[in-house]
Design a protein around this ligand. Sequence first.
Ligand code: PRX
Length: 635
Amino acid sequence: MSNYHIKHLEEYFQVYRKSVRNPESFWEEIAEEHFVWRKRWNKVLEWDFKKPEIKWFEGAQLNITENCIDRHLSTRSHKTAILFEPNNPKEKSQKITYFQLYERVNQFANVLREQGIQKGDRVCIYLPMIPELAVSLLACARIGAVHSVVFAGFSATALSIRINDSDSKMVITSDGSFRGEKTTDLKGIVDDALEKSPCVKSVLVVKRTNSNIFMKEGRDLWIQPLLDKASKICQMEIMDAEDPLFILYTSGSTGMPKGMLHTIAGYMVYTAYTFKNVFQYREDDVFWCTADIGWITGHSYIVYGPLANGATTVMFEGIPSYPDFGRFWEIIEKHKITQFYTAPTAIRALAKENLEYVEKYDLSSIKVLGTVGEPINEEAWHWYNNNVGKKHSPIVDTWWQTETGGILISPIPFATPTKPTYATLPLPGIQPVIMDKNGKEITENQVDGRLCIKFPWPAIARTIWGNHERYRETYFSTYKKKYFTGDGALRDEVGYYRITGRVDDVIIVSGHNLGTAPIEDAINQHPAVAESAIVGFPHDIKGNALYGFVILKETGESRVHENVRIEINQIIAEHIGPIAKLDKIQFTSGLPKTRSGKIMRRILRKIANNDFNNLGDTTTLLNPEVVQEIIDNAL
Ligand code: PRX
């Protein structure tokens, strides 16, 4: 019997028990029955969390695009694979069938090959949410190139850092992007980035906004004329199971962003399996995940997971507030969306608007609702449940990470009873544990602590590109033989998990992971700034917002302070992107430090949260007097 599709709670428990008792045979059965392999594996799993080394389906050969496209052609050739909804509702939506996708990916892959891209080369993709974005990922995968998508909201500096770290040979971009009323000159950002990225030899440009852009002779090419000439047949590269599929950067507590490396077979099996179960996907469903493909959610649940199941997946170019706050609901009605997957920050923003925006549209097609990226607060959960799901569509609160490749903890709709703010139960194959302060596993229920996973699952990232030691140190050194997630969690009396948030210096703002270190580095580049520290504080819509404590080299008049405030946010936008701007900036004469010179962020966090009473023992600080000054001037 196949374990592939769980339909009720009893079945979930049965399948879960089996997956834990014998993970190898569990995943082997799924891999065998639901995918196309060019060569079978020798061994299902090899792992050692100490080294760390994780290998799934070693010895197997395949191409993920054969699984996501070619194999559907005999039965789903005319079915819509990608449904593109443009930013402007007046522009027509596009339905790309599986056959058209096949041809477009092949042409794109042929162009990449003609331009000298070979198996193993890294290709940086910096595109808005247009069909070419999905097509370019698949085209890379077709020829065995490793894609590294950079979210098109990142600045030139952030883009350049990621291009250099991955040593990308090519950038794929567009003349510009449309988001709401705004047109952004993406090609200009790429031009700036490439001044510091000599590894890039060529740039392929998609026409989207028809902006007048600069094309550098010998480096930049419009892609359309090349596609028009390219063959619609492209022989796929036969890849090893553990060959790299993509690099995707995520923020760390310190230093450079981490280029998480995902490999082909395990990622494919896991994203396909979780897509099918978490969204209870059925053949004629129309699935919409509102994430950007620049993040892992888009990779796994707009592109690979849905296409591996032969699903119809929606790509939306725009934003929820354009032309008005009814845009999401209008799209659900228009395309009869059956599963809708979004972020709590979007729900909170839309819940603030007039209910008429939701009520105006027929949302009866919806069967399952999902959230991802940050904890969902109770109020937002109920608003979503009452007004979008009309109390009959289960909400799947899906917990996972860039590093995990796919969803690890989530209800299975119509099987797992949901509970507001709880991600509920681990999916089959996932063995979460809660650790106490002393590094010991807590086995009983009704506890909280730090969340780890004690057994590998197929989609776990295999390394940090170019820095395996950092991978070991970040995820496998805190707790012996366990993957440490960096999240706090509690487990209730029935074993349901609730994720309480990051326990490190990563702050999630509007669902985007931001590391404090790069933001502080950016601020410190302002000539008037001596030192800075960033912490998060609760925000109604964004979940968290950023609070900066800044020491100026010279304290001047308040007029000067105002200018510096504006300039600090400009520097942050230039170095990282507008998403990392600070909501509050407090100037101070000092920062609370330990005797070894480390900033005590715990104290700053409390002050930013207006929690002045429980600051703990401050007498051991190097400079305890500064705490009162910071409290007195808190914003
Ligand atoms: O803190 C958790 C939070 O987002 C982090 C991972 O961020 P990223 O790698 O950008 O991936 C986001 C999309 C998968 C986690 O460490 N997070 C993600 N989902 C949830 C969540 N926090 C609470 N509830 C969730 N459902």
